[in-house]
Design a protein around this ligand. Structure first.
Ligand code: BEZ
Length: 336
């Protein structure tokens, strides 16, 4: 068998199987209908089995076809990713596309970008608002070159407390996560709240509060680590923090994002927890207070591709560390 031929056969089969139509697969692949038919026929001959049930409309897969489709999908995606990354290694990019989760925009991101621009004035920079998990596919497809996120992405093995403190996590998805720092959560509460002026609060003091949740991304089961077994199963990040203290808030509601959550806090509808860098938002209506729990933190990761380092990465890391030094922020320097 010729390996290049196999790949073409496989992509032709997947296009037809996922579109359930030869004519749509023609549009998707740019291959003519006779070519698609020929490639799939060759594949069927190699496998000595029929994959398509050609007598039904819309077109269906045979039992063997379904098995083959489901069990080759991940392999095909992986192969396409490898081809994509290989081509990009061969042609390094001159611009830098940065993905970020909205919460880092309120913090140091603007300072970091302006410092990077000062150091590399000819570097063209694009910024893209994109969730932590979507950053994986965006890195693989080349939509972004680096990403700032707040969640651990699909670890290889379950994380224990010690593992979550390690600075880099290699996932099987070609993505490397560099832990920049842990940012503390603060309580955001309406100025009219009885605890609005109380510093160093315990989450227990909010057991009777209405808690506003806003995360779209939940903790992977394995990172929801805690010495309290029950907390392990709670994957909503704020509820997870409460459950680690053995507390279940009196009532909760969920909104679409962090801005909406803070809007509701400002309107006196409840309280929420946000990373410390958000504490300058809506300060006329919202008080922000520290929590006593040192482990009530949100990590900030720099997500990159494991095998494709953008030439601007060292300068980007220098810009971040310089700003941390200037602001007296605790961090751990990444040692490649
Ligand atoms: C930070 O707050 O540590 C941070 C924000 C944006 C990008 C990188 C780091």
């Amino acid at each position: 068998m010729q390996p290049s031929l196999q790949f073409k056969q496989l992509t032709a089969f997947h296009a037809v199987a996922s579109c359930q139509s030869f004519s749509e697969a023609t549009r998707m692949t740019g291959l003519s209908q006779p070519t698609l038919s020929r490639l799939i026929k060759q594949l069927e001959e190699e496998l000595e089995t029929e994959l398509l049930d050609r007598y039904h409309r819309p077109l269906q897969l045979t039992e063997a076809g379904k098995f083959f489709f489901h069990n080759t999908q991940a392999m095909l995606t992986e192969f396409e990713t490898v081809i994509n990354i290989t081509k990009r290694i061969a042609t390094p990019k001159k611009s830098l596309s940065i993905g970020f989760v909205p919460s880092v925009l309120y913090g140091l991101l603007p300072d970091i970008i302006s410092r990077l621009k000062n150091t590399l004035p000819n570097l063209e920079i694009q910024l893209k608002d994109i969730s932590s998990y979507q950053q994986v596919n965006a890195l693989k497809s080349g939509d972004i070159d680096v990403g700032f996120g707040r969640f651990t992405i699909a670890p290889r093995q379950p994380l224990d407390e010690a593992t979550s403190q390690r600075q880099t996590i290699h996932s099987k998805h070609h993505v490397k996560q560099i832990l920049l720092r842990h940012e503390r959560y603060v309580v955001a509460l309406p100025k009219s709240h009885p605890l609005a002026n109380t510093p160093n609060q315990h989450l227990r003091q909010h057991a009777e509060s209405h808690l506003i949740l806003y995360h779209q991304t939940y903790l992977p089961l394995s990172t929801a680590s805690s010495s309290i077994p029950q907390a392990n199963s709670i994957r909503e990040p704020l509820l997870h923090l409460f459950s680690r203290q053995g507390i279940q808030p009196y009532s909760t509601s969920t909104v679409s994002d962090l801005q909406v959550a803070l809007g509701l806090v400002a309107a006196g509808e409840g309280i929420t927890l946000v990373p410390d860098s958000l504490k300058s938002v809506r300060t006329e209506q919202i008080a922000y207070q520290r929590l006593i729990h040192e482990n009530a933190t949100s990590p900030i990761y720099l997500n990159i591709l494991e095998d494709l380092t953008h030439s601007a990465l060292p300068t980007l890391l220098d810009a971040i560390y310089e700003i941390y030094e200037e602001k007296g922020i605790t961090y751990r320097r990444y040692q490649p």
